[in-house]
Write a protein that binds this ligand. Structure first.
Ligand code: PRX
Length: 662
């Protein structure tokens, strides 16, 4: 499809009704048919506890049934789900599938970065590995409640480690393998980990990136870590510290290690894991998730949002170092007994067809990815998607940042062939699972909207004074009732937990996001609230302006920040990356200003446009606007830049800003 046609689609504000495109058989067999959806909404509204209790009992195996569905202490912001219940997450992801006919089904398909490296684990094989590694952990002294830090690339040992921890009741804390030694150290110290599981290196884009050096540097000041178990991935020579470091392959094949390990009986509220995430200020927060509530929420959303079916191959491309990988590569799909796909590499190496080739090769049915990846792939042209038969796909998903309508339509047209449900799912590390999302066969999809809160989730938009916002009025997105997947704490910092999420708007959970709800009740996420710009009293989402810029055929990427302005309060400062070979001059600036004026209105026109080769991003692909805001105003102190994936872009940006204001 040409950009022109996409333009037409966007100007018509098209909606898509996937239920009209799907075969009746698919609709009839859906986990959540339109009829069941109506019933679920009624039940979730009339008796929410009964609704969640049913979901928890339907989806999970409890070794002891729970006594109460929810015990709340709103004063203390304490919400305990399924008290009295006992379960084990690893049992739910593995053992029960050995007895229900899935024993020889592929649980995990691993595609290494080199095309020829593939490993497939059936449920039986994965169970055995997890049990053996759980026995290794026990042997080296890990017991229930201990924290285990995991610093691994996207290899099967990562999944095995997580499930082995869950099996013995240890709390895992996965640290994204792209993090530096300093970030690794901070996170290990914060969770006081006893053991670290790491690798010699990472394969990425055809290169070997060493990890062991980071490990040694980080552990210099981590006295809690008693042992490091090293996975051999790149095979590069590493320094081995006698008495502290051991090899995974030697430990797991030890003659004294048995094939079975009894799963620990966990209370529902016992922590399953800690995962660090950035706050708007200060050090990373160790978000704590419970066992029963989290497992219910991930299984529930995997089943209803992705309509996961027994013979599906489910592929979530997110790194397991982030919450998306925890919930939708590991716990959700495995709890449901599906086949989950794990890919070690990047979408553009060795060619920009890697995702499409993998979908084709393994017959992927559900494909869940990020706007950043899609933008990069869209830039490469459509010959890559056209090369493959992608007809096994049934559902597409997007997560993590607002997806520009332009990119949404591209994904829908070129990957979904204009037919498939494309679900823009909204959630956070703290929410544990998807909260606001369209459902695949219920209602219409609007490019750029995350649809409605799922049944059982209550959300609203309020103004800064807590009053309800009008339809289409931007405001603070709040979740007004507790839900099972919610975080239970910030590790070692209850005060921050209270302050960050519950104190500003009493009685609700504060998401920190800005959003609006349109007249149909559909949500439009405007970005983090600190990214909202107020120009002459008009509230604008930075993402709205970015979407407009990116919709221009000459623009490949854009980031917008607000900078202070004497009269207007704030003005718009845009960083724009053009398609290669185009002139970065004032003529182009005029064209883009006119374009934004047409798309949104004169109020949104960027006062300043700085052309840039690249943007500062976290390793998960999020644009770090905090840094861009500082560069835009010529500040020298850029704050913490350790989480940047490529710090080299910074110098160019500073240079570019100076040139503009010379
Ligand atoms: O701003 C929202 C954005 O990502 C934030 C949460 O980031 P994180 O905890 O890293 O989790 C990301 C994966 C769940 C949110 O506060 N975000 C997430 N999903 C969307 C989104 N923004 C717009 N649209 C989404 N679908």
């Amino acid at each position: 499809m040409s950009d022109n046609t996409i333009e037409n689609l966007m100007s018509e504000q098209r909606t898509f009704d996937p239920s009209r495109e799907m075969e009746q058989k698919i609709l009839d067999q859906a986990n959540l048919t339109a009829e069941k959806y109506e019933q679920a909404c009624r039940m979730a509204t009339d008796s929410p506890e009964e609704f969640w209790a049913d979901r928890a009992r339907d989806l999970l195996h409890w070794t002891r049934d729970f006594r109460t569905t929810l015990e709340s202490d709103p004063e203390k912001h304490e919400y305990k789900w399924f008290s009295g219940g006992r379960l084990n997450a690893s049992y739910n992801c593995l053992d029960r599938h050995l007895e229900n006919g899935r024993r020889n089904k592929a649980a995990l398909i691993w595609q290494g970065e080199p095309e020829e490296e593939v490993r497939v684990f059936t449920y039986h094989m994965l169970h055995r590995k997890v049990c053996r590694f759980a026995n290794v952990l026990k042997k080296i002294g890990v017991s229930k409640g201990d924290r285990v830090a995991i610093y691994l690339p996207m290899v099967p040992e990562l999944v095995i480690s997580m499930l082995a921890c869950a099996r013995i009741g240890a709390v895992h804390s996965v640290i994204f393998a792209g993090f530096s030694a300093v970030s690794l150290q901070n996170r290990i110290i914060d969770c006081d980990a006893k053991i670290l599981i790491a690798a010699d290196g990472v394969l990425r884009g055809g290169k070997k990136i060493p990890l062991k050096r980071n490990v040694d540097e980080a552990l210099f000041e981590c006295p809690s870590v008693e042992q490091v178990i090293m996975v051999k991935r790149t095979g590069d020579e590493i320094d081995f510290i006698e008495g502290r470091d051991t090899w995974w392959h030697e430990e797991i094949s030890g003659p004294d290690i048995e094939d079975y390990c009894k799963p620990e009986s966990m209370r529902s509220a016992d922590p399953l894991f800690i995962l660090h995430t950035s706050g708007s200020t200060g050090k990373a927060k160790g978000v704590v998730h419970s066992t029963g509530g989290y497992m219910t929420a991930t299984a529930h959303t995997t089943q209803w949002v992705f309509d996961l079916r027994d013979d599906d191959v489910h592929w979530c491309t997110a790194d397991i170092g982030w919450i998306t990988g925890h919930s939708y590569t590991v716990y959700g799909p495995l709890a449901l007994g599906a086949t989950t796909l794990l890919f070690e590499g990047v979408p553009t190496y060795p060619r920009p067809d890697r995702y499409w080739e993998i979908i084709n090769r393994y017959g992927v049915n559900i494909f869940y990815t990020t706007p950043t990846a899609l933008r990069a792939l869209r830039r490469e042209g459509t010959q890559w998607t056209e090369k493959y038969d992608l007809s096994t796909l049934r559902i597409l998903g997007s997560v993590g940042e607002p997806i520009n309508p332009e990119v949404w339509i591209w994904f829908h047209e070129h990957v979904g062939k204009g037919k498939l449900p494309l679900l823009d799912t909204w959630w956070q590390t703290e929410t544990g699972s998807i909260l606001i999302s369209p459902l695949p066969y219920v209602g219409k999809l609007k490019p750029g909207s995350t649809g409605k809160p799922l049944p059982g989730i209550s959300a609203k938009i309020v103004n800064s004074d807590g009053s309800d916002a009008e339809a289409n009025e931007g405001g603070h997105l709040l979740i007004t009732e507790p839900w099972p997947g919610m975080l239970t704490d910030i590790h070692n910092d209850r005060a921050r937990y209270n302050r960050t999420y519950f104190e500003r708007f009493p009685g609700s959970y504060e998401t920190g996001d800005g959003a609006r709800v349109d007249e149909d009740g559909d949500y439009w996420i405007m970005g983090r609230l600190d990214d909202v710009i107020n120009v002459s009293g008009h509230r604008l989402g930075t993402t709205e302006i970015e979407s407009a810029l990116i919709a221009h055929p000459d623009v490949t990427e854009a980031a917008v920040v607000g900078i202070p302005h004497e009269i207007k309060g704030q003005t718009v400062y845009a960083y724009v990356t053009l398609r290669s070979g185009l002139d970065e001059d004032d003529e182009m600036r005029t064209v883009l200003r006119e374009w934004v004026s047409q798309k949104i209105g004169p109020i949104a026109v960027p006062e300043t446009i700085q052309f840039s080769e690249g943007l500062p991003k976290t390793r998960s692909g999020k644009i770090m606007r905090r840094i861009l805001r500082r560069i835009a105003v010529g500040e020298n102190d850029l704050g913490d830049t350790t989480t940047l994936s490529d710090a080299s872009v910074i110098a160019d940006l500073i240079e570019g800003q100076k040139e503009l204001f010379e």
